[in-house]
Design a protein around this ligand. Structure first.
Ligand SMILES: NC(=O)c1ccc[n+]([C@@H]2O[C@H](COP(=O)([O-])OP(=O)(O)OC[C@H]3O[C@@H](n4cnc5c(N)ncnc54)[C@H](O)[C@@H]3O)[C@@H](O)[C@H]2O)c1
Length: 375
């Protein structure tokens, strides 16, 4: 018989140490999954079920190492706990990562095997799409369990989540306008949108309808052309670097993560930042630099929660109006974060984390948490 201690080359110990490390937020459960026939290797991380079943997407990515995959699952699932808490959902945070290049590894059999692992958790983890997985993939995963959302309308799902994500970002921006200029409208403000893909182009529509002057940029000329054809009053500049230097009231990063780095923060003309992109702060400390420059930052994971609100709603049979009403609450939540930031004397990103931690510690049900104290 093999002595497991002899086969442990040290990596196993390192992974376990990370799992229980308190600065990772003390995860409840991490499952390592392997299905040899299909080549599936996956990590499912359940950070917290304090508020309900852990909810978060499935990322399919060619990680440089297995440790990096575990790290990503730990970080992303922790982030989902905070996001779901402030989205007013009765869900904790979870995330799964499938290891490997999706172009090379993704097969129906592999997705079905993954679906059986999700089933094995008996509802403690609810999955959805993330980078590298799509609505059609969730239709396959859902064949093996009841805990898959983000499916296509043909399979009982809600489909593309960008409509409600954009709506939620717009609500967060209205709250920022209220906090900055005393009125919850972007009318007469100049808003720069960096990235006019699925979310950005819907956001531009809300801004134009609200009477804002909009300037956009995108690395794809066809994305810009689609916007300017639909909204002739919208202008475009050639790069995000140029956009941040253009006179603006609001800057909305809606492309990739890390948009707010030191150079961008130093160059920003806008006094409000509110956009859809995930992980906008390039490194810890940027939230303070923004505050020091007098720039009001609406935390990304708060304002871009419309998508997760949509997939959570789908679990109860999707009702667009019900999900939209919940996404509208992003306005009140964002205002509450600005108020907490003011009273605690901290940047809004720190205030958001504190509010989320408070809700998780108190296990406040959504119905109670979303009551008038938040708007
Ligand atoms: N789709 C959702 O429901 C959702 C939910 C939450 C968060 N987000 C986040 O919002 C962001 C946008 O998501 P999406 O679904 O619209 O993605 P998308 O891929 O449809 O759009 C992104 C756009 O940004 C452009 N872009 C890329 N790099 C750029 C650069 N350097 N400068 C300018 N433009 C650039 C792309 O060409 C593309 O048009 C992402 O960070 C995503 O993680 C999306």
């Amino acid at each position: 018989m093999t002595d497991v201690r002899q086969t442990d080359d040290g990596n196993g110990a390192a992974v376990i140490a990370k799992l229980f490390r308190s600065d990772q937020g003390g995860h409840e459960q991490v499952v390592l999954c392997q299905d040899r026939p299909t080549g599936l290797r996956a990590v499912i991380a359940v950070h917290s079920t304090a508020l309900g079943p852990a909810l978060g997407g499935t990322r399919f990515h060619a990680y440089a190492s297995d440790e990096e995959a575990v790290d990503d699952a730990l970080n992303l699932s922790r982030g989902m706990s905070y996001k779901n808490a402030l989205a007013g959902l009765d869900h904790g945070g979870g995330k799964a990562v499938l290891i490997g290049d999706p172009d090379a590894f993704k097969t129906e059999e592999l997705l079905l095997a993954y679906g059986r692992f999700v089933a094995s958790l008996g509802g403690r983890y609810v999955t959805a799409c993330d980078v590298g997985t799509y609505v059609a993939d969730m239709d396959v995963v859902a064949r093996e369990n009841r805990w898959t959302t983000g499916r296509s309308p043909e399979h009982g799902g809600a489909g593309d989540s960008s409509v409600l994500t954009a709506f939620g970002v717009f609500q967060g921006m209205r709250a920022a306008a209220q906090a900055r200029w005393g009125e919850p409208t972007l009318r007469g403000r100049r808003v720069g949108v960096a990235g006019v893909g699925k979310v950005g182009h819907h956001l531009v529509g809300h801004l134009v309808d609200d009477g804002a002057e909009v300037v956009v940029t995108d690395v794809r000329t066809d994305a810009v052309a689609r916007i300017t054809a639909r909204h002739p009053g919208v202008t475009a500049v050639e790069s995000a670097e140029k956009l941040v230097r253009t006179p603006l009231d609001v800057y909305a990063p809606c492309a990739l993560g890390g948009a707010l780095d030191d150079a961008t923060v130093a160059a920003l003309t806008a006094t409000v930042v509110c956009g859809a992109a995930n992980n906008q702060l390039a490194h810890p400390g940027v939230e303070k630099d923004l505050a020091d420059r007098g720039i009001l930052y609406a935390p990304d994971y708060v304002v871009n929660a419309g998508g997760v609100i949509q997939v959570a709603d789908e679990l109860h049979g999707f009702d667009f109006e019900r999900a939209r009403a919940k996404a509208a609450k992003i306005h009140d939540t964002t205002l509450a974060i600005f108020e907490r930031a003011r009273t605690d004397g901290v940047p809004p990103a720190v205030a958001a984390d504190r509010l989320a931690e408070q809700r998780m510690a108190d296990r406040t049900p959504a119905a109670e948490w979303l009551r008038p104290s938040l708007g």
